[in-house]
Write a protein that binds this ligand. Structure first.
Ligand code: PXP
Length: 389
């Protein structure tokens, strides 16, 4: 292994060591050092402060330190390059200040440290600083290119609100079954319906017919109640998404408390798995819930994007986005398939769609609201354009 990565930082920074290691390997190959050895150490502010004082006589913590092996000589591929030490505490602080994901900041510090190991030094002269900066930009660009999402994020459309309109009159139109067909023709990769206990919008008849007519994938959103579990087991949708359900709520208000009801949910997952139905758990972007979902055998998690979408200020939105991004990476790292949804609209969808780990978005209200003005086919296509863009 050319990269030896070790973390001595406290566990409360959500650092994906395997991804950082992969970034380091990509960078080594790019700098013609695919066979060289690099040691990468992630530490706390306290530890980097000690190193900074001891080796550089600077009595403060810093973000990254490099300890080259070569003393300025040309380095051959296969040689020992040296050590890079990164402070997780400072990296996390800087990421927050810059409003970027921690992973992005760590990658940049890694690049900075590596370029130092390769003999560049921005402190020697201005021309050298400029040279170093351009090398860093080139490596950052290369890393971005290799990390760019390889598969397109898909769009599942929730047609509940077509049924809401129908139920408001108590007649038989508009029909969510017809709407589902139009969404599929426009390019949706799946149809979602929430069969609520109180049947306020989607009816049993809708799910039964959709089971026959949906060509892409029918995702039945549901509370884990015996009646609805029975319906799911007999209809066999392509997947189910378990959500917490309250009668008084206007829409699903938060994620499932998976860690607090592991036994009950594990039992439902077992029943569904036996019937060949994959299960997704709708959860808030919290590591505790994601770990619990993986532990009880969920196939998917759907990350609740509501707090990101509803954030009242720019800062809060950035914080919430970071939580969603980190949660998606974390879930992916645990082997879960990752969906996301709730509150997504034409203004806020692109960033979430661009997250590497996310396979599919589940969107309802904003598409239906636009469909009233421009038609359902166009509303779905415009959403798809944003997701693919
Ligand atoms: N995902 C889940 C689990 C939901 O409960 C809902 C709302 O029905 C959605 C996604 C879609 O949310 P929205 O209608 O805000 O797009």
């Amino acid at each position: 292994m050319p990269v030896k990565l070790r973390s001595e930082a406290s566990g409360h920074h959500p650092i994906q060591l395997d991804r950082l290691c992969r970034s380091a390997e990509v960078l080594l190959r790019r700098t013609n050092h695919g066979n060289s050895e690099l040691s990468l150490l992630i530490v706390s502010d306290q530890a980097i402060h000690e190193l900074n004082r001891h080796y550089r006589h600077k009595d403060k913590p810093t973000n990254v330190l490099s300890f080259p092996m070569n003393d300025g000589r040309e380095i051959a591929d296969g040689a020992l390059l040296g050590d890079i030490v990164i402070s997780a505490d400072t990296a996390a602080r800087e990421a927050k200040e810059l409003k970027i994901p921690l992973r992005q900041r760590l990658n940049w510090l890694l690049i900075h440290g590596l370029v130092h190991l390769l003999g560049y030094d921005h402190e020697r002269s201005e021309p050298e600083a400029a040279l170093m900066e351009s090398r860093e930009h080139e490596l950052q660009q290369h890393l971005n290119d290799t990390e760019r999402k390889k598969t397109m994020t898909q769009l599942a459309i929730n047609v509940d609100h077509v049924a809401t309109l129908r139920q408001a009159r108590g007649i038989n139109e508009p029909d969510p079954v017809l709407a589902a067909g139009i969404c599929e023709l426009a390019g949706a990769s799946g149809i979602v319906v929430h069969l609520r206990e109180d049947r306020r919008h989607i009816q049993d008849r809708d799910v039964r017919i959709l089971r026959e007519t949906v060509k892409t994938k029918l995702n039945l959103e549901m509370g884990a109640t015996p009646e609805i579990i029975g319906i799911a087991l007999s209809l066999k949708p392509d997947m189910i998404t378990l959500v917490p359900e309250k009668r008084q709520e206007l829409t699903t208000e938060g994620g499932l408390n998976v860690s607090g009801q592991k036994k009950k949910l594990e039992e439902v997952i077992k029943q569904m798995t036996k019937a060949g139905i994959p299960v997704s758990l709708f959860i808030d972007p919290e590591p505790k819930q994601i770990s619990a979902a993986a532990a009880i055998g969920a196939t998917f998690v759907e990350i609740h994007t509501g707090r990101y979408c509803d954030a009242a200020s720019e800062t809060a939105r950035e914080d919430e986005f970071e939580l969603v991004a980190t949660a998606a990476d974390f879930a992916y790292g645990l082997g879960l398939k990752v969906n996301a949804g709730h509150g997504l609209n034409y203004q806020n969808v692109s960033r979430v769609a661009a997250l590497d780990a996310i396979v599919e978005l589940s969107i309802g209200h904003s598409v239906m609201a636009r469909a009233i003005m421009v038609g359902l086919d166009q509303a779905v296509r415009e959403m798809l354009d944003l997701i693919r863009g």
